[in-house]
Design a protein around this ligand. Structure first.
Ligand code: SAH
Length: 471
């Protein structure tokens, strides 16, 4: 599955009616581009004039092709190029209304996984026809990108034996097979063997010609992804973050954040932060990745907002270790607490706003106080992160006093606690009534601007919003 997200995907449409479906697909995959036929479509990322030439060129470059069109057109278009099944990229036909998702080519490049992911968007069953895939829920010939099948020529017989009822044993660590329905038995004749790159146990020649054993080599991936889980609940976690977590070998983060993602864990090793040594932990994450592990640094909310992404870059710049230069570094965004809080009550951040952390651990209180005063004067709506902690109890009162110098005590404020987690609470109050007991370290506070409005909602509660017009 991981192989797919790294290759590029072209979603191709021939008529305007297909654009909404195509856009939904493009939005799901970070590397997808929407190609629209010129004069017949608008709103695509790229326009083309010659369908056949465009598709053949993309296909030759190894781009996965998702055509919102009839299967036959796609097959006829690429037919002259079909000569190497190991090379061909995924090709899928999708019905204009999303009701059918048909993988056509590229079984060895993960077309069935791509079909499953697209079918999930439209909540339909993908039209998967490969027996191995259906029966065993795994594509043995298309492993994730960090595994390489060393003896593909033996695979046909191996699969035929499996389909005929043979059982199989697994030697080594194969997390992508954990949820498969392979007929696993300890005394099986067939073997799937996983070896690490460089351990010398699986030179291709040693196993070639043995159709009773498929050998996969795990390549060093050297990856560090810094991900944001969103505030808590799984529905607020992006599909990209879930996928990156699943395909990793190591997770690193505070216990509370690791707990949020525990349901997704299969074989990943955990490295729990037990103190505030964030730079040390960032260096550990980089070292683990440099050793060839696939590491995920887990933050809550967004990883770039008062979280670990900046810590990783600080250490990267400070230490400049040559070992770290080969790491594939990636930041995967998440929904930040202020966004989740705003969504609970309407649109309080609907116009210009800023975020200020009230923690004076990493910056002096004078800086914080200056920023609060400036933001209040400039009439920004404000999101306060880290409003109080067990040891920091006076900052919120000071912040309130600073705000009241230039903002009315009637200004609406929102206190949102434990968003997306058990005990979620959201309160709307007036700035003048803000009390220290209203907040703890799991509360984010939104302060309205002078234009922020509170309106009644049908269920007896209120909506809070800041209008877009500001005059
Ligand atoms: N990276 C996080 C912020 C980490 S700083 C994000 O983007 O959301 C920690 C502060 O974020 C907390 O003190 C609190 O103010 C806020 N916060 C984080 N998770 C929260 C949640 N689930 N509910 C309410 N506030 C939260």
């Amino acid at each position: 599955m991981a192989a797919l997200t790294s290759s590029t995907i072209a979603v191709i449409v021939l008529s305007q009616a297909s654009i909404p479906i195509a856009r939904q697909i493009v939005n799901t995959f970070p590397n997808a581009t929407l190609y629209g036929l010129e004069h017949r479509t608008h709103g695509a990322d790229r326009a083309f004039t010659q369908f056949g030439e465009t598709v053949r060129e993309l296909f030759s470059q190894g781009t996965a092709i998702v055509g919102i069109c009839a299967a036959g057109i796609l097959i006829r278009t690429v037919a002259p190029l079909l000569n190497n099944k190991w090379q061909e990229p995924p090709v899928l036909a999708i019905a204009e209304d999303g009701s059918a998702v048909v993988p056509l080519l590229g079984g060895l490049q993960g077309v069935n996984d791509l079909a499953r992911q697209i079918a999930a968007i439209f909540e339909v069953a993908p039209a998967i026809t490969t027996s191995g895939d259906i029966r065993f829920r795994t594509a043995l010939l298309a492993p994730p990108k960090e595994y390489r099948l060393l003896n593909p020529d033996d695979a046909k017989t191996f699969l035929a034996d499996l389909l005929a009822g043979a059982t199989v044993k697994i030697e080594g660590d194969a997390p992508w097979l954990v949820e498969s329905q392979l007929p696993i038995a300890p005394d099986a004749r067939l073997t799937i063997k996983i070896t690490e790159q460089g351990d010398g146990s699986a030179e291709p020649k040693g196993s070639a010609g043995r159709a009773d054993c498929l050998v996969y080599q795990r390549t060093s991936i050297k990856r560090l992804a810094i991900v944001g889980t969103g505030p808590g609940s799984a529905e607020w976690m992006s599909p990209q973050v879930k996928e990156v977590l699943r395909s990793a070998t190591d997770w690193i983060g505070y216990q509370t954040y690791l707990n949020l993602v525990e349901p997704l864990r299969t074989t990943q090793r955990l490295h729990v932060f037990d103190n505030r040594e964030e730079l040390e932990r960032a260096a550990l994450a980089l070292d683990l990745a440099a050793e060839g592990r696939s590491v995920v640094m887990v933050s809550s909310g967004d990883p770039g907002i008062y979280a670990m992404a900046a810590a990783v870059f600080e250490v990267l710049e400070r230490d400049q270790k040559p070992d770290w230069s080969a790491i594939d570094l990636q930041v995967c965004p998440g929904i930040s607490a202020m966004q989740a809080a705003a969504a609970q009550v309407g649109a309080p951040l609907g116009h210009d706003f800023c975020a200020i952390s009230l923690s004076d651990i990493l910056k002096p209180w004078e800086t914080i106080a200056d920023r609060i005063a400036a933001a209040a004067q400039a009439d920004f709506a404000i999101a306060f992160y880290n409003p109080v902690s067990k040891t920091r109890t006076w900052q919120l009162d000071k912040a309130k006093a600073l705000l009241l110098n230039s903002r009315s005590p009637d200004t609406p404020i929102v206190l949102a606690r434990n968003l997306g987690r058990p005990g979620q609470q959201t309160q709307v109050k007036k700035l003048g009534d803000l009390a220290i007991d209203d907040a703890d370290m799991r509360t984010v506070i939104l302060i309205g601007s002078s234009k922020t409005r509170v309106i009644d909602r049908a269920d007896g509660g209120v909506w809070v919003y800041t209008p877009r017009r500001y005059d």
